[in-house]
Design a protein around this ligand. Sequence first.
Ligand code: IMP
Ligand code: MG
Length: 178
Amino acid sequence: MNKIKILDKSFSIFLHEKKINSKISKLAEELNTHEKSKDVVFLGILNGCFMFVSELMKNIDFDCRISFVKLASYQGTSSTGNIKELLGINDDIKDKTVIILEDIVDTGYTIDHIKKELKKHNPAEIKTCTMLFKPEAYQSKEPIEYKGIEIPNEFIVGYGLDYNGYGRNLRNIYQVTN
Ligand code: IMP
Ligand code: MG
């Protein structure tokens, strides 16, 4: 299907599953080359990463561990407003190479926040691997070591990414048209 509707918005096809999967296997090759000799913990950021992580991991050929965390937003008791907490992290990332797995990096605020939280657990190093990257939106100074596909600053859904919770199950990626 080339055009779809989710809730009030229309979307048209942007990236086919085939192209996405071939970019993901390229990312896996890069990781296999550069991270093989290390004690790596891959850390997927839920919910959006689930399809990306499953495809990526089928192509990783060294011994590694895979774990997931979730960023929970809740209203703080003070006037600081929205606080985000990293749920599901435990201490066995100490002295390990942590590679964050994201579906998409947009402004980079999420990655900055996650890195700050992870540093409290004293990993040896933290790297980021993202399936999609919006260079025009990126505001952070932190490096993104592994980028799958660079895309324009437009809203997309599918392959794990959602619009108000819907669209994550779509096998292709769609761009908003209105
Ligand atoms: P950032 O903090 O601005 O880098 O945003 C990262 C998060 O925003 C991602 O993990 C997604 O959950 C969400 N996001 C950013 N762009 C899109 C998009 O085009 N479609 C769906 N979700 C998006
Ligand atoms: Mg996300």
